[in-house]
Ligand binder design. Structure first.
Ligand SMILES: *Cc1c(COP(=O)(O)O)cnc(C)c1O
Length: 487
């Protein structure tokens, strides 16, 4: 099998290197040369698959990393090296970004990619991805077109806004509107709304980065219309309201009504803008979900401009929508930052496909996966948990105990922070001594993440919880555990 003998290794060292002789044993003495490795049949197969230069790089990397480990010249390390090279190439060529099963109980999980897309969106992406499209080309006139128009007409229809624009995400939409409408001027915001969203998006910092001055009014728990009225001056560019998305202030609270704020802004000829955060284009209470304001309502209450996300409750791709007054949207579209924040064709194709689904509100829940998962009632989730529990238990053997348990899911992505959805899933408790329980739990979570499709649960109260609300493909889940060897 192995023609290499460690005897002639010194001759195989790369040119320019001399064996180190000071150590009791030369660490390199046991290693075959790069050339010798490259000639092995296993490596030749890798070269056919991946190309010579990539294999050569990995061979060098593996050799460099292996030197200290092969200090015994009697053992032939070639087999191990070939294995390490094969594994190294496999890791290098594998997708880093890959599907996982989100069983955390947080439906719109930012770290796990938020909303799953409906098939209509995937098909729309495929149609335009591989070739040319009329992205910015008006097929009727043969002249230049506007990329946002592919979604703007649907946004206008669904929100009642006269104009719309779209950028990469809602954070970008907020930065863009501030820069376009309030550069070097003041934006009045209630102290109760100076929020930090995940990933260091802090409203006060965003304001200064966008080139505007924040004018805070009121207090954390109570802000009145007169606070806004007193703050208005020649430097005021905007009155802004930020929808409380990831927190809630309760108790002795007050905030002015949107209509009153809109009227105040109008009487001073100042635009009133609302960052809705999630926003939804449909009445969520129809699906048994908590109420969430819609852009349509915000505009009807007198907002001049509203921004919201594409991949939160809307259930589409990552995007940031701006809808409202035509003159304001025009200023936003002309701002040079818009060019830096524009959506690509794949996003626009997916977003347009999702928005078209909103044209038929009756069938939304069955067609938009995020809404389907959110609206899923507890009883079928419990039945699913009963069916899959024995499969997971078999895979775990004697390492842990699996029970079907009731739990609560969260909507996630800062939507409706305190509202939780009754759900069911598996509670997995490691069978370990009390002292070893913590590390056993960590190992269990790691094992589930190491499955061919990583399973991501939630660790809490000494157990790993798998909330099955977001498990769509029961058969694939069962296969995953039945085909995975117990580790
Ligand atoms: C989520 C959120 C944002 C940011 O939206 P992204 O689409 O994640 O960039 C901005 N404002 C509010 C109030 C939010 O809830």
């Amino acid at each position: 099998m192995n023609g290499d003998t460690p005897v002639d290794q010194a001759a195989d060292l790369p040119p320019g290197t001399t064996p180190v002789s000071s150590a009791p044993r030369d660490a390199r003495a046991g290693l075959p040369s790069v050339d010798r490795l490259m000639k092995r049949p296993e490596i030749a197969a890798l070269i056919t698959a991946h190309g010579r230069s990539l294999v050569l790089t990995v061979v060098r990397e593996v050799l460099a990393a292996s030197r200290p480990q092969f200090a015994t010249p009697d053992a032939d390390p070639t087999i191990d090296l070939v294995e390490a090279i094969t594994a190294g190439l496999q890791t290098l060529m594998a997708d880093s970004l890959r599907p996982v099963l989100n069983l955390t109980g947080t439906v719109l999980h930012t770290n796990l990619g938020r909303a799953p897309l409906p098939p209509e969106a995937l098909e729309a992406i495929t149609r335009v991805a591989s070739g040319a499209s009329n992205l910015e080309f008006d097929l009727a006139t043969g002249r230049r077109g506007e990329r946002d128009d592919h979604v703007a007409q649907w946004l206008r229809r669904l929100t009642g806004a006269p104009a719309a624009a779209v950028v990469n995400n809602n954070a970008a939409a907020v930065v863009l509107l501030l820069n376009a409408l309030a550069l070097r001027r003041e934006v009045i915001v209630s102290r109760g709304e100076l929020i930090e969203l995940g990933g260091s998006f802090r409203l006060p910092d965003i304001m200064s980065r966008a080139g505007c001055r924040l004018r805070e009014v009121g207090t954390t728990n109570r802000t009145h219309l007169r606070d806004f009225a007193e703050a208005i001056g020649p430097q005021t560019a905007l009155i802004m309201k930020v929808h409380a998305s990831n927190y809630r202030i309760e108790g002795f609270t007050a905030e002015p009504d949107e209509r009153e704020l809109a009227a105040l802004a109008r009487s001073h000829d100042i635009p009133f803008v609302i960052d809705l955060g999630s926003g939804t284009l449909t009445d969520l209470t129809r699906f048994g979900l908590p109420a969430e304001p819609t852009p349509e309502q915000a505009l009807a209450n007198g907002a001049d401009l509203v921004t919201f996300s594409g991949d939160k409750l809307l259930g589409g791709p990552q995007a940031g929508m701006l809808v409202g007054r035509t003159d304001l949207i025009d200023r936003i579209r002309r701002n040079p930052l818009k060019r830096a924040m524009r959506c690509d064709k794949l996003t626009l194709a997916a977003l347009a496909a999702v928005l078209r689904l909103y044209g038929n509100p009756e069938r939304l829940v069955e067609r938009i996966p995020a809404l389907r998962q959110l609206a899923r009632p507890a009883p079928p989730i419990e039945a699913l948990a009963q069916r899959v529990a024995p499969v997971v238990a078999r895979w775990l053997e004697t390492r842990a105990q699996v029970t079907v348990a009731s739990m609560y899911s969260q909507i996630g992505s800062g939507s409706l922070p305190l509202d939780t959805l009754p759900s069911f899933g598996l509670r997995i408790e490691p069978l370990a001594t009390k002292r070893a329980a913590g590390s056993a739990l960590g190992r269990l979570a790691t094992e589930l993440r190491s499955l061919p499709i990583p399973v991501i649960g939630r660790v809490s109260d000494g157990a790993l919880w798998l909330d099955l609300r977001c498990l769509d493909d029961e058969a694939a889940f069962i296969r995953l555990f039945e085909s995975a060897a117990p580790s």
